[in-house]
Design a protein around this ligand. Structure first.
Ligand SMILES: *Cc1c(COP(=O)(O)O)cnc(C)c1O
Length: 352
C-alpha cells in the first residue's frame, strides 16, 4: 500500500506527547492553576442544561461577542474560531494551497508551521534567527523577495525562544508580505501589547490568538482576527461545528470573568522573574522571556532532561531540534510550589 500515502508522510512522525502521569509537568506551557472556583461553580450549574443532543451554534455568536469585548478590534476586522489555533494554522494553509505556494517562518519557531506545510505539500522556508534570537532582517527580506511566500508566520513572543521581536521589524515584514502575514500572539497575555493596530493598518495581517496559554489549553479555543476578505475564505474551509457546545459555553463564561485569569497570569509573570533569577544563580544561561516559559542552555541537555525526569520533573528537551537550540531546555513556569521543586532538583540534575 506504500504507493497510496501522501508522500510527505514518509518523512514525518506524529507529534509526540510524553506521558506525564505523576510528574511535575513543565513541558507544554500550560497554566498550572485550575479553573477559578467561581467559574467552575457557574459552569456546573449550566452543564446539565447544555443541548448536547443538538449540533452547536455554527457561528458561536455568544462566544464571538465575548471575544470581541475582551479583544476589541476595529469594525472592519472579522473573527474566525478554531479548535485551537493549530486548526486555524491548518485552515490558513488550505486557503492558499496551490502548486508551488510557499510558507516562510523564522526558525526556531512553533513546530506546527512546518509540520502542517509538509502535510499540505506547501514549500516551507525557514530562515534562522540571529544568535540573540532576533529576526535576521536582511535574510528575511531577501527570502520574501525571492520566494514570494503566500504565508509568513511570525510568533511574538516566539516559541521556543521566549523573546518578542522588535516592532519595527515586524511591521517592515508585514508591509513587504506579498501574501498573508500571520502574527501569532499565543503568548500575548504574558507580554502585554498586541498587534491589533497592525491588523487595522494592513489588510494582509492576520492576528492568530488562542486561549490555551492563558489557561484553557483543554478547551481548544483559538481565533483569528483579520480583514473580512481573509475571514470570508477561512469560513469556506472551516468545519461548520468545529467549536463544541461545552467549549462555547465555558469559553464564554471564562471571557466574561477574565479578571480571575488575570490574577493567575500575574502570579506566573512573578514566577517567571523569580525562576529566571533562581536558574541564573545556578550558573546556566537563561534567556529573557516575555512568555510563560524559559529557555535555558545547560552543559548537557540530554543528560539534564533525563536526570530531571528521574526526579519526576518533566521539561522539554530542544537539543537536536535546531542548531540554535544546542543543549537547550524549555521550561514552563509552574505554580510557586512546582517552581520550588524544579529549583530544588536543578543543581543535582543539571550540574552534578
Ligand atoms: C502553543 C502555541 C500555539 C497553539 O495553540 P493551540 O491554540 O493550543 O492550538 C500556537 N502558536 C504558538 C506559537 C504556540 O506556542
Amino acid at each position: 500500500m506504500n504507493a497510496l500515502w501522501n508522500p510527505a508522510l514518509a518523512q514525518m512522525q506524529p507529534y509526540a506527547v510524553p506521558d506525564s502521569t505523576g510528574l511535575v509537568k513543565l513541558d507544554a506551557m500550560e497554566n498550572p492553576f485550575p479553573l477559578p472556583a467561581e467559574i467552575a461553580r457557574k459552569f456546573a450549574d449550566r452543564v446539565a442544561k447544555l443541548p448536547t443532543n443538538r449540533y452547536p451554534d455554527p457561528s458561536a455568536a455568544l462566544l464571538k461577542a465575548a471575544i470581541a469585548r475582551q479583544f476589541p478590534v476595529a469594525s472592519g476586522l472579522g473573527c474566525v474560531l478554531g479548535n485551537g489555533s493549530d486548526e486555524l494554522i491548518s485552515m490558513l494553509m488550505q486557503i492558499v494551497l496551490k502548486p508551488g505556494a510557499t510558507v516562510l517562518a523564522a526558525e526556531p519557531c512553533f513546530v506546527m508551521y512546518r509540520h502542517l506545510a509538509d502535510v499540505f505539500g506547501l514549500q516551507f522556508v525557514g530562515i534562522p534567527l540571529q544568535d540573540d534570537f532576533q529576526l535576521d532582517m536582511p535574510a528575511m527580506v531577501r527570502a520574501i523577495e525571492e520566494r514570494q511566500p503566500a504565508l509568513i508566520f511570525i510568533a511574538s513572543p516566539n516559541n521556543p525562544t521566549g523573546n518578542r521581536f522588535l516592532e519595527p521589524d515586524i511591521e517592515a515584514l508585514a508591509r513587504l508580505a506579498p501574501g498573508l502575514f500571520v502574527l501569532d500572539e499565543a503568548y500575548i497575555p504574558y507580554a502585554g501589547g498586541d498587534g491589533h493596530a497592525l491588523a487595522e493598518k494592513y489588510p494582509q495581517v492576520v492576528l492568530l490568538r488562542t486561549l490555551s496559554k492563558w489557561g484553557l489549553a483543554g478547551l481548544r479555543l483559538g481565533f483569528i482576527q483579520a480583514s473580512g476578505r481573509v475571514c470570508e475564505q477561512l469560513e469556506k474551509v472551516r468545519m461548520p461545528y468545529n467549536i463544541n457546545v461545552a467549549s462555547q459555553e465555558l469559553g464564554t463564561l471564562c471571557l466574561e470573568n477574565a479578571a480571575a485569569f488575570g490574577d493567575q497570569v500575574q502570579t506566573l509573570i512573578t514566577g517567571r522573574e523569580s525562576l529566571t533569577k533562581g536558574l541564573a544563580a545556578e550558573g546556566v544561561t537563561v534567556y529573557p522571556s516575555a512568555a510563560n516559559f524559559l529557555l535555558a542552555r545547560v552543559p548537557d541537555a540530554v543528560r539534564a532532561h533525563r536526570a530531571l525526569l528521574d526526579r519526576r520533573v518533566l521539561v522539554k528537551r530542544l537539543h537536536g531540534a535546531h542548531p540554535l537550540l544546542e543543549n537547550c531546555l524549555r521550561i514552563s513556569i509552574g505554580s510557586p510550589a512546582e517552581n520550588k521543586v524544579l529549583l530544588e532538583n536543578w543543581r543535582s540534575a543539571v550540574h552534578d
